[in-house]
Structure formats: C-alpha cells, structure tokens
Design a binder for this molecule. Structure first.
Ligand code: SF4
Ligand code: SF4
Length: 130
C-alpha cells in the first residue's frame, strides 16, 4: 500500500527513457562521437594506431599509398588519437554513428606525402667548417 502513490504517479507521467533510435537526444556541446579523418591531410605516421587504447585503428603503407582503417564499433570515443595526430587531420563529431547489427570497418586510402630529394634532406647536407 505504501507504494501505491508512486505507482499511480508513474502511470500518469512521461517515461524516463527515450525510444532510441527513433528519438535521439540533442548531443552535448563537447560530446566525443564519430571519428573523422581528413585523409587528404593524413601522413600515415601511425601515431593514432599506436596510442589507441582499444586497438581499433590500423595504419599501413607502401611506397606511394597509405591505408587507414577504423573498426568503428570497437572505438570507445576517448579522443586519444585526435590528441596525438601531428597534423590535426582527426576530429570527432558530437553525434554517434547510427546503430547497426553487423561489425564494420572504415577503410580510407591516400597518397603518402612526397619525400624531399636525398640531396635536400637535412641529414645529407654536408657540414661546412667554420
Ligand atoms: S596520427 Fe594523424 S597523420 Fe598519423 S596516421 Fe593517424 S590520422 Fe594519419
Ligand atoms: S577515439 Fe580512442 S578508441 Fe576511438 S580510435 Fe581514437 S584512440 Fe581509438
């Protein structure tokens, strides 16, 4: 009998939860959501993959092309990769990807930055005596 007022109040009040994914709450201002890579600026250094705590990033490259992959349902949205990227090509939206039932990977390809000619590299410039 003690619970009766609570039960009646709950019967006539709105539910405390939302019917996600049909009703999605507005994101918080600094929420860390979907990870985006501006692949044109990526230099495929691999720093993001080395520091990712959930190991959901992979960076591989050959002589001319780099491949950046993200297993996005394994990403915990911590933002460490964004912080360590030396060229700031990673960013996070405030929203998350839509729900899905299958595991998925994002694969992005890009050209490696051109290396300076050997004669122009700092380690090959001859030191001149003063
Ligand atoms: S840290 Fe940045 S530049 Fe380096 S591979 Fe990752 S996304 Fe590309
Ligand atoms: S946000 Fe965190 S978990 Fe997600 S890819 Fe970046 S470092 Fe990994």
């Amino acid at each position: 009998m003690k619970m009766l007022p609570t039960v009646i109040a709950n019967l006539f009040s709105k539910p405390a939860t939302r019917n996600y994914p049909f009703f999605v709450r507005e994101p918080f201002e600094h929420a860390r959501g979907e990870l985006i890579n501006d692949i044109e600026r990526c230099i495929f250094c691999g720093a993001c993959a080395r520091k990712c705590p959930s190991q959901c990033l992979t960076v591989t490259k050959d002589k001319t092309e780099g491949i950046w992959t993200l297993e996005f349902f394994a990403c915990v949205g911590c933002g460490v990769c964004v912080d360590v990227c030396p060229v700031n090509c990673l960013s996070q939206k405030t929203t998350h990807r839509p729900v899905a039932v299958e595991r998925a990977v994002i694969t992005l390809r890009g050209k490696l930055p051109e290396r300076p000619a050997k004669k122009d590299r700092p380690d090959s410039i001859e030191k001149t005596a003063e």
